[in-house]
Design a binder for this molecule. Structure first.
Ligand SMILES: *Cc1c(COP(=O)(O)O)cnc(C)c1O
Length: 242
């Protein structure tokens, strides 16, 4: 089931759209199955769960390497197995949890406050790592304190050079949680608009600011129609979450 869906998505998605497999609440065995089917980018939304899975997969890899050595097998292949997984973080991230996330991920998609952005920059400086981020605007109708206004995003990017340890890669967004497709459509249009406004306003950032992460299991075709470069798909691949 997992492998069929992964293969179908890989063949159906336009080449400009990356598939991010959202493995939250699903066991590491499911991640291995998706990996064996060719999936390389995975995303988690809780720091503890991310860290536990990264460690478990590393243990599996290490024990395969040890077994392969004993049996005079192909140890290069065993070394490579699971080592090219790319982790993204997509959940709300508290500033006291950065050390559980930032060492392991190649992209934090869910930067939703100035406080978090500044804390990531400080962590990057202390640890000598430039962190790639997406900024998360708030467009959905739900009441929430999280997420930036379009004006805040433009102000951050105008000041981008003061975040020495941050690489701004684009925008991540979610549509209103609702069946009504016209609402979802206008939310995606608003997110795509913010994205293109950023690229136009800051041409020097544009070569790196290339990702528009929109679209989940239920709405990804519509997101792609609005120019998504990254779809975050969980339940369609792994089944419903407990
Ligand atoms: C859980 C989650 C997803 C995946 O949702 P599905 O409907 O299972 O595809 C995508 N993005 C974010 C931010 C999530 O938290």
């Amino acid at each position: 089931m997992i492998s069929e869906t992964i293969q179908r998505l890989h063949s159906e998605l336009p080449p400009t759209v990356k598939l991010v497999a959202v493995s939250k609440f699903h066991p590491f065995e499911s991640i291995v199955e998706a990996y064996e089917s060719g999936q390389r980018i995975f995303a988690e939304s809780r720091p503890q769960e991310l860290m536990a899975k990264v460690r478990r997969l590393e243990e599996m890899r290490a024990s395969r390497v040890a077994e392969t050595r004993l049996s005079w097998g192909d140890s290069d292949a065993a070394e490579a197995w699971l080592s090219d997984i790319e982790w993204h973080f997509i959940g709300h991230l508290q500033t006291n949890k950065l050390k559980m996330v930032l060492p392991y991920v190649s992209l934090v998609q869910s930067v939703d406050s100035l406080r978090l952005l500044e804390a990531i920059n400080v962590w990057g400086e202390r640890n000598g790592k430039v962190i790639s981020v997406l900024l998360e605007p708030h467009v959905a109708a739900e009441e929430t304190k999280q997420g930036f206004s379009p004006e805040e995003i433009l102000a951050i990017l105008a000041d981008a050079s003061s975040y020495e340890y941050i690489s701004f890669k684009g925008i991540m967004g979610m549509a209103t949680f609702i069946e009504d497709e016209s609402v979802v459509d206008s939310d995606f249009a608003a997110l795509a608009d913010i994205f293109s406004q950023c690229r136009l306003s800051f041409p020097s950032l544009a070569p790196d600011f290339t990702e528009l992460s929109i679209g989940m299991s239920d709405d990804y075709p519509l997101a792609i129609a609005h120019g998504s470069t990254m779809v975050r798909i969980g339940s369609m691949i792994f089944g419903s979450r407990q």
